[in-house]
Design a protein around this ligand. Structure first.
Ligand code: DAH
Length: 337
């Protein structure tokens, strides 16, 4: 085999560009006034500058090497332009008074927990003392967890597109934390007791009591021989621990697809100086169809479930009249709590 001398312009040229770049940047570092900086710009980036002539050298490369050379040149151009900009910004930044390191600093403001986070912790605290553990589920859900497994068939009115945030390409933002009931039961055998606080999403128009994102806490207890009395005792105990021993509660018959029978829980409390019944949330005995969907035997297992609105609970407890204030991040409001 005869030895052939391969002459490529790229390896030597590319490495020489590294040197050229170094030279340019070093030079730039030495330009301390505006006039010098401008001279540097003309010399390197100007229309008859070094960069232009290096670009023109591309013609001397063999065609197969041109792309690599071109790429390196583009990188060089970007690098020099960015360095020039940064240097100029340093140069023209207002000088300001010299720094006096002996001056006392500004006190760093102490942050605090958001009132909703605190409410969630307080809720968890009460339920954990009754043997409930916290379970979490995703906010981006699918229709099995948000509807189907919760005994809400295809034609259920709550599945209308206008009441949900469906996502392009499938999936949806969950509208209720009841999804977590299903996820937990699918993954663990009975008996169990969980609560699940978290965000939910509904296309509501924002006003004093509605927001398109809010928080719920779901509760689920599954065991043998669970009755409505257990449900009532649990919720009433929660309310009296949370709001005080005088909290007066009632349950009203209602309907939810995933519980049978179902009820709404109200609490009697002062609203603008007048005692009124206000709704805390929904609850009921787990529907046998839900047990079937997760593979629990409804002949053997019984359970109760509930779902409470966390904003409502916080607004009631702390006398907040407008839900929007919770999400505006106005420190003047938030620091009151
Ligand atoms: N998921 C219901 C809602 O968002 C609230 C609810 C009602 C949850 C009854 C439950 C329940 O677990 O049993 O309106």
């Amino acid at each position: 085999m005869s030895a052939r001398l391969e002459i490529h312009c790229v390896p030597p040229m590319i490495s020489s560009i590294d040197k050229i770049e170094e030279e340019a940047l070093q030079g730039l570092g030495q330009m301390t006034d505006k006039a010098a900086l401008e001279q540097w710009r003309i010399a390197w980036l100007g229309s008859k500058g070094r960069l232009k002539s290096l670009m023109a050298d591309m013609k001397t490369c063999p065609p197969e090497d041109r792309p690599a050379y071109g790429q390196r040149m583009n990188a060089l151009k970007k690098s020099l332009e960015a360095a020039f900009k940064a240097h100029r910004a340093d140069d023209v930044a207002p000088a300001g008074p010299p720094l006096d390191v002996t001056e006392p600093g500004l006190p760093a403001g102490l942050g605090r927990q958001h009132i909703l986070s605190r409410t969630i912790e307080e809720i968890i605290d009460v339920f954990s003392r009754m043997g409930f553990t916290v379970a979490e589920g995703p906010e981006v859900e699918n229709e099995w967890y948000n509807f189907e497994a919760l005994n809400m068939p295809e034609a259920h009115p709550a599945r209308e597109p206008s009441d949900n945030f469906f996502l392009e390409g499938g999936g949806m933002l969950r509208t209720q934390t009841s999804t977590v009931q299903i996820r937990v039961m699918e993954n663990s055998p009975p008996p169990l007791r969980i609560i699940s606080p978290g965000r939910v999403y509904r296309p509501d128009t924002h006003d004093a009591t509605h927001y398109s994102m809010f928080h719920q806490v779901e509760g689920l207890c599954v065991d043998r021989g669970v009755t409505l009395v257990d449900l009532k005792a649990t919720l009433f105990h929660f309310a009296r621990t949370f709001f005080g021993p005088k909290a007066d509660l009632r349950m009203r018959p209602s309907f939810f697809p995933f519980t049978e029978p179902s009820a709404e829980v109200d609490m009697r409390m002062p609203v603008r100086g007048k005692m009124q019944w206000v709704e805390l949330g929904g609850c009921g005995m787990v529907d046998p169809n839900v047990f079937k969907a997760v593979g629990y035997d409804p002949e053997e297992w019984t359970g109760f479930a509930f779902g409470l609105g966390i904003e409502r609970i916080a607004m009631r407890k702390y006398g907040i009249p407008d839900i929007r204030w919770l999400f505006e991040n106005d420190a003047r409001f938030l620091r009151q709590f």
